[in-house]
Design a protein around this ligand. Structure first.
Ligand SMILES: [Zn+2]
Length: 243
């Protein structure tokens, strides 16, 4: 990531967003949200240091004028309170991280603050990509890679897809990794579809070595009902196979 310089106030900051209905909320040092807009990025990409932007101003160069009284221009991003950041629909996590970094270093990322929907869209696209690659692994019958995904720290949706794929393929190599998923230590309030998918996949594979783990899930009253139900169903399937 590239950055440009912007002086940090000596004390606390103020919400300086003219769009924000708050009346200059005090923003304690180190906090708040930075709103960086594209016109500022375009401008500051030519003048990255405070010195060069100061010289440009001295020569009468005019920067972006958005949200300021006419005749003035901005050379830095807008520090904004939570309310203002929400109204602008910017990605709160990124804007807060940018602000924190700026307070610490006096540097601002040389890119516009993403809007919330852009970040969500990006994540959804990334997830779609990953799900697509799991689908491709399934089509190829690449059990080893699917097990890798299952064991990874990928999001639950991706791991769930891997567990489902392994169940459908039905290769015995997946038995232990799937059992391991169900034995993962987790806070009992933590629900993930990957556990349902793992319990289901063990039923598809149908090997009785999974029975013990599935039984303990089925009998665990603290377990989520959808995980327990999947375990009960899979136990039945395994039973039917061995009968
Ligand atoms: Zn505000």
């Amino acid at each position: 990531m590239e950055y440009f310089e912007c002086d940090v106030p000596s004390g606390d900051g103020l919400c300086s967003d003219n769009w924000c209905p708050c009346s200059k909320t005090v923003i304690p040092r180190g906090t708040g949200y930075l709103y960086i807009d594209q016109s500022l990025v375009d401008f500051r990409s030519q003048y990255r240091t405070m010195k060069s932007v100061g010289e440009a101003m001295g020569r009468g160069v005019v920067g972006p004028q958005i949200d300021m009284p006419i005749g003035l221009f901005r050379w830095g991003p807008i520090l904004v309170c939570r309310r203002g950041a929400k109204l602008r629909n910017i990605d709160l996590k990124i804007a807060a991280a940018d602000a924190k970094y700026w307070w610490k270093t006096g540097e601002v990322p040389l890119r516009a603050t993403p809007l919330m929907y852009e970040s969500v869209e990006k994540e959804v696209n990334l997830l779609k990509e990953k799900l697509k690659s799991v689908q491709e692994l399934k089509d190829k019958g690449d059990v080893e890679q699917l097990i890798k995904v299952l064991r990874s720290k990928e999001s639950a949706g991706v791991r769930q897809a891997a567990a489902d794929a392994l169940g459908e393929i039905g290769d015995l190599k997946a038995l232990d990794p799937l059992i391991a998923v169900l034995k993962e230590k987790r806070p009992y309030i933590h629900f993930d579809w990957v556990y349902v998918a793992a319990a289901r996949a063990l039923g598809e594979i149908g090997d009785s070595r999974a029975s013990e783990t599935l039984e303990s899930i089925a009998n665990n009253k603290r377990e989520f009902s959808s995980v327990r139900k999947a375990a009960v169903k899979s136990l039945k399937k395994i039973q039917e196979r061995t009968d």
